[in-house]
Design a binder for this molecule. Sequence first.
Ligand code: C2E
Ligand code: CA
Ligand code: CA
Ligand code: CA
Length: 278
Amino acid sequence: TAKKRKNSFAFFSTEFKALRDRNSIIEQELRSALEKEEFYVVYQPQIDRNGDLHGVEALIRWESKKLGNVPPDRFVQIAEESGLMPKIGHFVLKKSLEEIGNLQKQCDINFFVSINVSIRQFHENDFTGKLLEEIQETGFDPSRIVIEITESLFIEELEQIVRLLQEIKTKGVRIALDDFGTGYSSLSLLKKLPIDELKIDKSFIDTLLTEKESEAMVNAIITLGKNLGFDIVAEGVEERRQYTWLVEKGCDLYQGYLFAKPMRIDKLMKFIEKSTST
Ligand code: C2E
Ligand code: CA
Ligand code: CA
Ligand code: CA
């Protein structure tokens, strides 16, 4: 088999090797990133139909001393594959509930916080139990928390995942289905899932006003989602015309650079003070 392996390696392009090497450097650096306190959380506002703040999505950032800023699209999957994601996920949960909890007290305001949970986190032993315990420890109102999952979760045994989601929901935590429309799952899945929000993927919003197909898709997603009783969230809204189109179609919540980019907690505080002072 040694010979066989050698042959198959011959098919690897130098580009592929470079990528693999870089991935292993990222993995190596990821292992110590938590201790070195290289992670932090940024928050992107979600706006309702009236233009008021509804909530924020917590998004992780990694400022590596060795590699510089590494975007989550570049390292989350590596963290998943190397088993590091549960720990990083706990950091995001704790940090965001702590920071947002403090801000809400200080500003005497209430809003939702959405947290991304990846597929591997769900596989952790007693994931839901630990999640609910951690939420309780922070004292954050569970009914103001949204857990964002993606369709990739449902490659796994559906019944088991549904059970876990229902367990999370007993405490009032909401569930959002993220990046909707990009996975391979069928529409019939929607009626089986105990979800509260449907987030239309940015790729559909990007081409909303330029491609008839996207317009048809978004229109159908909103109608179907609303009929199933979900709140519909549009993400990646960058243009006013996209926003007005979506408002007209009955979309509930909006997230995108048109309103605000993800920001650190101190900037979010200023953003909130500014928007509530009028
Ligand atoms: P996502 O969950 O779909 O998050 C939305 C992404 O779209 C964010 O990228 C956000 O900055 C970006 N975005 C929002 N509005 C706009 C817009 O108007 N224009 C453009 N160009 N981009 C916009 P980000 O922060 O780079 O995160 C990328 C992905 O990494 C996330 O996609 C999510 O899948 C993953 N991720 C980020 N933070 C976490 C985390 O704490 N845990 C887990 N498991 N995954 C995370
Ligand atoms: Ca998300
Ligand atoms: Ca998304
Ligand atoms: Ca995405």
